[in-house]
Design a protein around this ligand. Structure first.
Ligand SMILES: [Zn+2]
Length: 213
């Protein structure tokens, strides 16, 4: 089974997540936006064997600590989808704009495509390409646990911003309704910011994507 810990990082309180296989304690870090010392302490305190870093998209609050963490752990970076080079190439500019420590442009070891899978220990997560907030945004889905990590696509009661360059509101709505909601009302999700929710709850009450919206 998959276990997880949510670690809000950076002044944006971005939900960096540790996910691991209970039996083997093999793990991945999803969206390490910063505060690498704190992430390392949580990894050591839980005796986790981190195998890789997974990225949902290239905004600085999600990826700012990635290069340093990858170097210190000696692990590869997987994701996002290739279109996200648009944002990863601009990391130095993003740092200046949002007051983050200088970070060079980032290139993952593996770009992901819709329908790909990633492994963590013996677990397999499905990759969904969910553009709209950013062009190469991906979500990670562990079907046996009915859990999705959705980055800045969907939040409890809200959806991702689409006013950035290459944002697209219609695409974002299509990704949520066409790819996330069909997973099932009983799926829980970890968003990039704020509390967890379920797709069923959002279909009932989220003013942007509820069935009645
Ligand atoms: Zn974002």
């Amino acid at each position: 089974m998959l276990d997880y810990l949510i670690l809000p990082v950076t002044p944006f309180a971005q939900n960096c997540s540790l996910i691991w296989e209970e039996a083997t304690r093999r793990a991945a870090v999803v969206d390490p936006g910063g505060e690498v010392d704190g992430i390392m302490a949580e990894i050591a305190g839980r005796d986790l064997q981190v195998e890789k870093i997974l990225l949902t998209h290239g905004h600085i609050d999600h990826v700012g600590g990635t290069a340093e963490l990858a170097r210190r752990l000696g692990v590869p970076i997987e994701g996002p989808q290739r279109e996200e080079a648009f944002w990863l190439d601009q990391l130095p500019e993003q740092c200046r704009m949002f007051g983050f420590p200088d970070t060079p442009a980032l290139q993952p070891d593996r770009w992901l495509e819709d329908g790909d899978t990633v492994t963590v220990g013996g677990m397999t997560l499905d990759v969904l390409h969910t553009p709209g907030h950013t062009p190469g945004h991906v979500c990670f889905v562990h079907r046996p646990s009915k859990l999705a990590l959705v980055g800045d696509v969907l939040f409890a009661g809200s959806i991702g911003r689409t006013d950035f360059p290459r944002g697209n509101h219609a695409e974002l709505i299509r990704a949520i309704r066409g790819k996330l909601f069909p997973l099932g009302d009983d799926f829980s999700f970890i968003p990039g910011h704020g509390p967890m929710s379920t797709f069923g709850e959002e279909r009932r009450n989220n003013p942007f994507v509820a069935d009645w919206a």
